[in-house]
Design a protein. Sequence first.
Lengths: 354, 259
Amino acid sequence: MIPASQPVQRPRDAKLLVIDDAGNLRHVPRSSWVEFLRAGDLVVANDAATIPASLPGVHVDTQRAVEVRLAGRRSLDPEDVHEFTAVIFGEGDFHTRTEERPAPPRLKAGDRLKLGPMSATVVRLLGHPRLAAIRIEGSADRIWAGLARHGRPIQYAHVDVPLSFWDVWTPIAGLPVAFEAPSAGFVIDWRIVTNLRAHGVGFTTITHAAGISSTGDPALDARLPFDEPYRISEAAAAAIGRTRERGGRVIAVGTTVVRGLEHAASAGTLRAGEGLATQRIGAGTRLRAVHAILSGTHEPGTSHYELLRAFADDRILERASHELDLHGYRTHEFGDSVMLEAAFQHYHRAWSAA
Amino acid sequence: MALDNENTLARMEAFEQDGPLKGLRVAVAGGTSGLGLALVHEFASAGASVAFVARDRTKIDTTLTDIPGTHGIAGDISRKEDIYPIAMEITGELGGLDVLINNASSLGPVPLALLGDTECEDFEQALATNLLGPFRLTKALLGALAVSARQGRGAVVLNISSDAALNPYPLWGAYGASKAALNHMTRIWDEELSPEGIRFLWIDPGDMDTPLHALAIPDADRSTLKRPEAAARQAIETIVSALPQYGRSRGRIVDEATR
């Protein structure tokens, strides 16, 4: 697929491949996605805003330049912003493909990092020379101010221009907890939010701290997605429960929503509250909470593509990939989209029987 | 006009356990003087979590010392580049947002001038602070406000306006025109988003004894002017009555605040 290189959230010519539960494929303009919803359906999006999680800085011992990409946090607590999981690159920036980025200086526990106005310490390495737990010093308010003023949105070489906040915050972005944009949500604007009700379609959100999508290192990429904290409000859980009782479909906007909802439903009934999504979703997963996903286009081999295998058999996904290539779909965060309805056999027994 | 700190602390302690607005998350743009400072003070006294935005770091630090437990954010809402960092600090530090108050204001030309004598740059500054700034900040915080609304907490944007928005006072051209536009924008936002549970309100707080008033009318008789604390309590009453979760405690806040 062609990488989408322009940071436009809702390009007028965006495409959508719709794959129904029988594996039928249809190409349509993405702006028409709402027409594939039915009265009684519930759209669930991720309302996380995106932290500018790329922090240029200096490894104090060696005085060498580094780029620290915050990639994980254990909770959504506004005060809990000292310790992060971080991927650390050597000098350079997003203009160089991550696969070609130099390694950081050899890191060890106790190393100090100067990140603009913030100071941080390497707490420990996490089984890889580029992956570390770091601790940022100062009060929570100072850290929020430091991130807001010094951080840049994480970005990749396929987009040449530096991204701004407004490029990566979805129109519905609320709590700043995502490390990369929950970009499937770029399809949603306020006209859609305010019109869904007229179609008899519900709309709600969860907050899921979307982690990073790629590190450029095969060993690290194999560990993605990292653990991600999420929060499901009582109101959202109730809306999902009602939808299920009435036979409507739960449409997840983005892989993060699937991961959060399926984690919260893993014990049976979907529970409200905060959790830490640690599971991997793939071909062996039986869905308990979500009926369909609206997502970006994903290349085989990525963790996002793996997640799609929970919705449809491989032969259908292979056909879909072929169609995406054939019809010039664009990929990555500003790319085109896929709407995929889970085939019956992909539901968990308890769920499909209800 | 100086705040009574001893009284504030006593009241904060009284409210510490269960202030009537405990759990409410409020942001005030323009929060280190005049009505904004009074709003920060009154909201904090009632137990709300408050973040305030101002340009001057020294004034922010003074306010943080006077009203402990609040969050001070340095930024200029008339600057496009400042908006998202401000929005991220507000929602990050408060863990979400229920109430946004756009209070920061610019008079335009100082001393006030006839429109024919108003520099275009001064007019632009009035629009940037009084209209574009509130538009941009509201837009950046809309997602957070909508989250509160969907959770049944309610969400309110209160834009501070003026009678100069309604009456064509000579010399108040830049200010009056920008506030008139702010009012109209507020009404349209409300038409568009009140079905989603986000309310947009504007108030004219009246002629108050504030630094902005002193700048506009240096020789005013201050004894005839309204105290910003009184205007702040009225503003809080307006906000609270639009919040489903707190509407019932409305009388209590005003009672406690005026005791």
